[in-house]
Design a protein. Structure first.
Length: 400
């Protein structure tokens, strides 16, 4: 018998329906506020525009001296992306001063909304939209908000990656290859995801020819411009290598944690060698320890599970994802969630766990300390290990 209108039970049921809407509005309000205040700053995007202006002025956008000259101010962080990404920023740099920043921020907000909508189609239906939106905003130390504040390319790169993975799930492998190749033009590393073309999934066979064609296109796009002027005169590698290897909240990766700890005991050259050895060992342990789970995932023929596993290992093993580099990983824990973190209540609990650090930072009480600064990587590794262990026990096998 349905509860009588106006009764406490009816009011409670109405409240249960309304609170997710109110929660979504609060998240949207907070994200919008962050975007509004960050819009005129966006330090990374400002460097992209400065690099475009330097190129148009006949200067080398990869040299700090030329970049500072084009910007009209001292610059100590250089432009690090391939020359092929400069054309859109050249077009934006020709617009009135405030317009490029507004357009860039609007594009990235659309990307964030688009990612949530895309992930909603891939995660289990038991995951509430509110949980997904909460993780999108505050998950892994608010990785998406880092991107909005910095004006980085990460949200656009992540959108291309997940649009490509959605095509992979749908069996549209040409578009998967094209979109992942486009995403990799910025920071190169996402090209590793093309390995999925060599792995059988569902009823599809490996596509080695498409893999080779995509890699060839990637090489042509990234390195082709370096063969002709003006890019042939630019010091591209110099721009990439400028600066020390970042650690802490700016780059909360497993490699960065090992490097930060090693630096406390040994000088820099040895610290990097020790961190590199530790990172390689960790990668071998993670891949080796996950071998049975990965085989079961591939044999299941579930392309969504394959895509989630691939993007999880890609982010976890990336030595320099930076704070905004955890965006592609956001939906994977909600997809793989083992019991007791399944169902509506479990998804909300897991979302809360993923967002503790991000919400703490939003409340102006960020965690401190070397280990806590690298918490996103540690949390990602622990959740992955939990999924693998529970799968071995038969409680978290890939969904059909």
């Amino acid at each position: 018998m349905p509860p009588r209108a106006g009764s406490p039970r009816a009011e409670l049921r109405a409240l249960r329906r309304l609170w997710p809407v109110g929660g979504l509005l609060l998240i949207a309000l907070y994200v919008g506020t962050v975007a509004y205040h960050a819009m005129p700053v966006q330090g990374d995007f400002r460097i992209y525009l400065d690099a475009a202006r330097a190129a148009m002025a006949g200067l080398d956008p990869y040299r700090l001296e030329d970049l500072s000259r084009a910007a009209g101010r001292p610059i100590d962080i250089g432009f690090v992306y391939p020359p092929a990404v400069l054309p859109p920023f050249i077009a934006l740099s020709a617009l009135p001063e405030a317009t490029p920043f507004a357009l860039w921020m609007a594009l990235k907000l659309l990307c964030l909304v688009g990612l949530v909508m895309l992930w909603r189609r891939l995660v289990p239906r038991t995951v509430p939209v509110f949980a997904l939106a909460l993780v999108a905003a505050f998950g892994f130390n608010a990785t998406a908000l880092w991107d909005l504040r910095m004006g980085n390319i990460a949200l656009i790169e992540s959108t291309l990656i997940w649009a490509g993975l959605a095509c992979y799930v749908a069996g549209r492998l040409f578009w998967f290859a094209a979109l992942v190749t486009a995403a990799a033009v910025f920071k190169l590393a996402p090209i590793a995801l093309l390995v999925l073309l060599l792995v059988p999934g569902g009823n599809a066979k490996p596509r080695p020819r498409l893999f080779i064609a995509a890699v060839a296109a990637f090489i042509a796009i990234v390195w082709g411009p370096l063969l002709v002027p003006p890019a042939s005169r630019w010091h591209v590698l110099l721009g990439v290598l400028q600066g020390d290897a970042p650690t802490g909240e700016a780059n909360p990766s497993a490699f960065a944690l090992m490097l930060a700890l090693a630096r406390d005991f040994v000088p820099e050259p040895r610290a990097i060698a020790i961190a590199l050895a530790g990172w390689i060992t960790l990668g071998a342990l993670l891949v080796g320890g996950s071998a049975r789970f990965l085989r079961a995932t591939w044999r299941s023929g579930n392309r969504t599970a394959i895509a989630m596993a691939a993007v999880s290992l890609f982010v976890i093993l990336h030595p320099r994802p930076m704070a905004y580099g955890f965006i592609p990983l956001l939906p994977a824990p909600l997809y793989f969630a083992p019991r007791p973190l399944t169902g509506r209540a479990g998804a909300l609990a897991l979302a809360g766990l993923l967002c503790v650090q991000g919400i703490s930072s939003a409340l102006r009480s960020p965690a401190s300390g070397t280990v806590l600064a690298h918490a996103p990587a540690l949390l990602a590794i622990l959740l992955w290990a939990l999924v693998v262990v529970r799968s071995e026990a038969g409680a978290g096998a890939p969904r059909p």
